[in-house]
Design a binder for this molecule. Structure first.
Ligand SMILES: [Zn+2]
Length: 163
């Protein structure tokens, strides 16, 4: 085995070929993500892949693009984000409702076993979760469908690149 390795080492060229060297130099010199590097980070994440979104301005039309090639108009991005926020809020509400019911059950169980102090703590936790769920429920129900009735002084130019 040692002899085999030694023989292979002897067959390798001492210096990398000029052709290979040139190729490596070319790869190192070239910008692998020229568009992503050249663009300004838009401060948003791509709804499809979670990657950073960059400004992709063409003339007066503002849009956002990620390294994976997804393109978003501000309006389309807003719609996607509204959906994501609503999903997150309802997930939080569901979790808090479950926490409230669970701690309510634990409070009842503790009461039956005569553990008044523990029962009170679970009861407090249940109430706390119920109140938090109500606050978020109100916020979720009060979210305006901004994409359906845009204000007259729109903050973004009217574009529909993803339509
Ligand atoms: Zn993307």
């Amino acid at each position: 085995m040692a002899r085999l390795v030694g023989e292979q080492a002897e067959t390798l060229p001492a210096e990398p070929s000029a052709e290979l060297e040139a190729e490596v130099r070319g790869l190192l010199a070239s910008d692998l993500l020229p568009r992503a590097v050249a663009r300004d980070y838009g401060g948003f994440s791509c709804p499809d892949c979670g990657g950073p979104l960059y400004h992709a301005k063409e003339g007066n039309v503002v849009s956002y693009g990620c390294a994976a090639g997804h393109r978003w108009s501000p309006q389309a991005l807003l719609e996607q984000q509204t959906d994501a926020v609503e999903r997150a809020l309802w997930l939080a509400i569901r979790s808090l409702d479950e926490r409230s019911r669970l701690t309510e059950g634990l409070a009842e169980s503790a009461r039956q076993r005569g553990h008044a102090h523990t029962a009170a703590r679970f009861q407090d936790a249940s109430k706390e979760a119920r109140l938090a769920a109500d606050v978020i429920r109100n916020a979720a129900n009060g979210m305006n469908p901004v994409t359906e009735a845009p204000a007259t002084d729109e903050p973004f130019p009217d574009v529909s690149l993803t339509d």
